[in-house]
Design a protein around this ligand. Structure first.
Ligand code: BG6
Length: 515
């Protein structure tokens, strides 16, 4: 197949694909995400020769910063955060393509000035540029930026050509269903859906993309990927870090909004979706939405509630003492924000009816580990059972998202010897051993995809609303309960006892992740 005729996702799987001439405008140009992730990602795309010769980065922020100083700031961010060392020949060229424009986010004149500078760049290179607006600011100014992009005409540039303007919207995408719906309305007043890239950086992780390949490029899984064979599914996204200096943001957010609504829900839809009819972005996103729509409303306030929330107290991480959440910088004494949430979900469709899906995410947990475990039903207790010699574990397929990326299949095997004894064993696949380390960072893939116009790994408007529809009643309920029902766990543990109880009803228990 000719490269030009291939679908964008397939091109992504091939070796080379470059971006069209593009000016990326980053709102929030001196913010933390821009320095730690966005600029290093763009640098690495330059190293891989995936940027057009006519690529430009225009930082936009409120602070007046001389261009020279902004370029130095960009250099420091590459130096400190790039996965590959700085190569002076690449940097010398890229540096000349970096500019800075200061202005208020709600100041229409500043957008006229921005448009003039972008026009001047187009004149300089003698061709149209695709404009890619990356909104990486606090959410309070999302609306002002979107409206001004509309009013200034920047949003609708080149609408009839493939170089139409695009906008990437960072999280948080709303704080509940109503605010997410409102944000979608504001976006769609200025942009068409095909121009909108709602980002969830988990979708850019190699191992998350591999979930689809694992499921649909291997014939052995599909026949058993359903309620006939699967006993339960466990999704864990655990972090050992606390909230650090982000207390102000985090206390308004909490684990449910910060991690579950977006990252773990995305993992759920990829692992549970039906096979899409093609790799077309819409075909994939249609199936993801359907899974979220099939999740049953959760039971919130009985003995048998499907949700658990907790906050970490002081404890030990890697042998060192760490303080509790309430002692953190910027956390109010009367905070009731959860740093851990666990959910038990039922998906009411033909494939999954009756199979519990458990998900949990927390800060200051024993280890940083994200994984999905598909636990299969036990064999009937006829042959190897009822005897201490037979140590049997349920067959489990573990897809390790990070760290130690790879997968493991848990089987039972005979222990060598004259007596018949069994023991669980593991078949491992490690990315690093097979493919080497240094795989692209999520933001490299996502920025490149948005430049080439492939929105497969971005979230559609209805998808984000479907997820908020599930999460919002929980948030409302917790708000009503205040501190009642907020459990605690020691920093460095695997969470509160209540989250163990969540699984006991179905005679399940959480796996010890990473093992
Ligand atoms: C972000 C959350 O979206 O994801 C952070 O706001 C969290 O609180 C981070 O630490 C985790 O991302 P990763 O890629 O380190 O797993």
């Amino acid at each position: 197949m000719e490269e030009a005729n291939r679908h964008p996702f397939l091109k992504g799987l091939s070796k080379h694909r470059g971006a069209p001439p593009t000016a990326i405008v980053i709102f929030g140009a001196s913010g933390d995400l821009t320095s730690r992730k966005l600029i290093p990602a763009i640098y690495n795309l330059a190293v891989d020769h995936l940027l057009s010769a006519d690529f430009f980065l225009m930082g936009y922020g409120r602070k007046p910063i001389p261009e020279k100083e902004y370029r130095e700031h960009a250099l420091t961010s590459v130096d400190s955060h790039s996965r590959r060392p700085l190569a002076s020949d690449i940097w010398d060229r890229l540096e000349q393509q970096i500019f800075y424009q200061s202005g208020g986010y709600d100041d229409p004149e500043a957008y006229t000035a921005l448009a003039d500078r972008l026009d001047a760049l187009e004149k300089k290179v003698g061709r149209d540029l695709q404009l890619l607006f990356y909104i990486s600011t606090p959410p309070q100014v999302f609306g002002a930026i979107l409206e001004n992009l509309g009013r200034s005409g920047l949003a609708r540039r080149n609408l009839d050509s493939p170089l139409f303007s695009k906008v990437i919207v960072e999280k948080p995408f709303g704080k509940d269903l109503a605010t997410a719906q409102r944000l979608n309305q504001v976006i769609l007043q200025q942009f068409e859906e095909r121009q909108v890239y709602r980002i969830d950086h988990y979708l850019g992780k190699e191992t998350v993309q591999d979930l689809l390949v694992h499921r649909f490029a291997n014939a052995i899984f599909e026949p058993i990927w359903n309620r006939q064979y699967v006993d339960c599914v466990q999704i864990t996204v655990a972090e050992s870090l606390g909230v650090g200096t982000r207390g102000g943001y985090y206390d308004q957010s909490g684990a449910l909004r910060d991690m579950i609504q977006n990252h773990t829900m995305q993992l759920l839809s990829l692992i549970a979706m039906e096979p899409p009819v093609s790799l077309d972005p819409e075909a994939i996103r249609d199936e993801k939405v359907k899974v979220l729509q099939a999740v049953q409303p959760l039971t919130l306030d009985s003995e048998n509630a499907d949700v658990v929330r907790a906050r970490y107290d002081a404890g030990l991480i890697g042998g060192s003492p760490v303080s509790g959440y309430l002692e953190g910088e910027g956390i109010p004494d009367d905070s009731t924000t959860e740093t851990y949430a666990a959910l038990r979900l039922s998906i009411n469709n033909w494939r999954w009816k009756g199979v519990p899906f458990y998900m949990r995410s927390g800060k200051r947990m024993a280890r940083r580990v994200s994984e999905i475990a598909i636990q299969f039903k036990r064999p009937p207790g006829i042959l190897f059972s009822g005897d201490a010699r037979f140590d049997l574990a349920p067959n489990t397929m573990v897809l390790r998202i990070q760290p130690d990326e790879g997968s493991t299949l848990l089987l039972n095997a005979k222990v060598p010897g004259l007596e018949t004894r069994t023991q669980p064993v593991k078949m491992h696949f490690h990315y690093e051993t097979t493919f080497g380390s240094n795989t692209p960072e999520a933001y490299e893939r996502l920025i490149l995809d948005s430049m080439v116009g492939d929105n497969t790994l971005f979230i559609r408007g209805d998808e984000t609303e479907a997820s908020w529809r599930l999460i919002t009643p929980i948030l409302d309920h917790w708000q009503d309960c205040g501190p009642t029902g907020l459990e605690s766990y020691a920093a460095g543990s695997w969470g509160p006892l209540a989250s163990e109880r969540l699984l006991w009803k179905n005679a399940h228990q959480w796996r010890r992740p990473g093992f």
